[in-house]
Design a protein around this ligand. Structure first.
Ligand code: NAD
Length: 391
């Protein structure tokens, strides 16, 4: 009898698994709460008003061939891995093989008021929300009532978003006849540097580029509490904000822990080299909700780069599973990190090469093109290449 393969989540890991199964003609059902796959790593561009928002998502029915894959739009509310069934909007879906690729969610660290008063850059809708709010705020900026946009958390998400907003503000100001100096953009980071995961040289370079674009970069500034219109930071006077965007960290999707999967302190499920959680052999967990050990034994960071590799690998392994041949262990290719610093510049490290400026930006744009091609070939590439700027 045909095995029921259920994939939860149409992010980078889930979509790559689905596309890989499709290429092998292996039937599956893909469950997602939205009818599209969004390019999550580019949401700062949506928030920063760069291109048409629809260039940053693709309808699932344009990716999945109905002769091979079924699409089920709904929200997963429970995973019964002992009874091999999943609850989706009140319906119970049975499976023989389950792929959990439900991604991560914002980490609020229990900071009082943070969830209530901040907006987060979390997917397409929230990116559009930030985009709309920015327009409304900039329109109203005056010398007496300047606008303060604060981004909390100077990791890759916060830095990419800040770079994008910094480039957009002068355009927006011109459009609405407002002076750009009446719109303040402030990036606050708890550590002594932004991008603490990168080399010192790249950290300095990123800070310099942001400051040249008019961003106030405040390091050693830890958010302790958020009130209506005010961020309380340790050891400094409170900061007033018109918009506070929190980009201070992520944790694994809460559904995993809530449904009895063993999770680490970041809510991610430790997995073995073929992505099984310990002792659960008909479930694979990949992407941001998996804690896969890196070369030093510590879990690798949750990135799209890894999620896509995991999805490709898992699709091959499911092919082996159905044929009864042994599964192959996953060996990640850690190619490096590339981050944009606005529309014309980037920063990053690929192998031992430290990159900055237009080269890093070019490689980042080339990555977008490669990804589009990998999920849907020419058809997808030609439809969605609007956000790619290779020249
Ligand atoms: P992160 O955890 O990497 O960075 C969050 C930042 O917020 C940290 O620098 C942290 O010190 C700071 N912070 C935490 N609490 C704070 C507080 N109370 N006050 C002020 N600052 C505080 O989170 P992220 O940037 O969202 O990234 C999440 C994951 O996604 C990472 O693994 C990252 O590598 C990946 N990512 C990659 C890219 C890329 O490759 N271009 C882009 C975005 C995200």
């Amino acid at each position: 009898m045909e095995k029921q393969i259920l994939i939860l989540g149409a992010g980078y890991g889930g979509v790559k698994t689905a596309c890989g199964l499709q290429r092998q003609d292996i039937p599956f059902t893909l469950v997602n709460d939205q009818p599209y796959h969004q390019f999550t790593t580019l949401m700062h561009e949506v928030a920063g008003g760069r291109d048409h928002p629809d260039d940053y998502r693709i309808a699932l029915h344009d990716l999945i061939d109905p002769r091979v894959g079924k699409i089920r739009i709904g929200t997963v509310s429970a995973i019964d891995w002992k009874g091999r069934r999943v609850q989706v909007d009140g319906a119970s879906l049975e499976y023989d093989v389950l792929v959990v690729a439900l991604g991560s969610e914002t980490e609020f660290f229990g900071i009082p008021g943070l969830q209530k008063y901040s907006v987060q850059l979390w997917g397409f809708d929230s990116a559009l929300d930030i985009r709309r709010r920015m327009v409304e705020l900039v329109k109203k900026a005056t010398a007496e009532h300047p606008v303060n946009v604060i981004v909390g958390g100077g990791g890759l998400t916060g830095v990419e978003l800040t770079g994008e907003l910094a480039d957009w503000i002068p355009h927006l100001s011109r459009q609405y006849g407002v002076r750009p100096e009446h719109v303040h953009l402030i990036l606050i980071e708890a550590m002594e540097t932004i991008l603490p995961m990168l080399d010192v040289e790249l950290q300095r370079r990123a800070k310099q580029v942001l400051e040249q674009k008019g961003v106030q970069v405040r390091t050693g500034t830890k958010v302790a509490e958020v009130k209506d219109g005010q961020v309380i930071v340790d050891g400094h006077p409170p900061l007033s904000y018109s918009l506070f965007i929190w980009t201070g960290g992520v944790r694994g999707n809460r559904l995993l822990g809530e449904n009895g999967f063993p999770v680490d302190r970041k809510g991610r499920v430790p997995v073995d080299p073929v992505f099984h959680p310990k002792g659960i052999s008909d479930v694979f967990v990949i992407g941001d909700c998996a804690a896969f050990p890196g070369p030093d034994g510590r879990p690798l960071p949750p990135t799209a780069q890894l999620a896509t590799q995991m999805g490709d690998h898992l699709a091959q392994n499911i092919g082996h599973l159905l044929k009864g041949t042994p599964l192959n262990a996953f060996h990640p290719h850690l190619r490096g990190t590339l981050a944009s610093l606005g529309r014309g510049q980037g920063i990053g490290k690929v192998g031992n090469w430290k990159l900055a400026g237009a080269t890093a930006r070019f490689l980042k744009e080339a990555n977008k093109a490669r990804y589009l091609w990998s999920i849907g070939g020419w058809k997808t590439f030609s439809r969605k290449r609007g956000q790619i700027r290779l020249a």
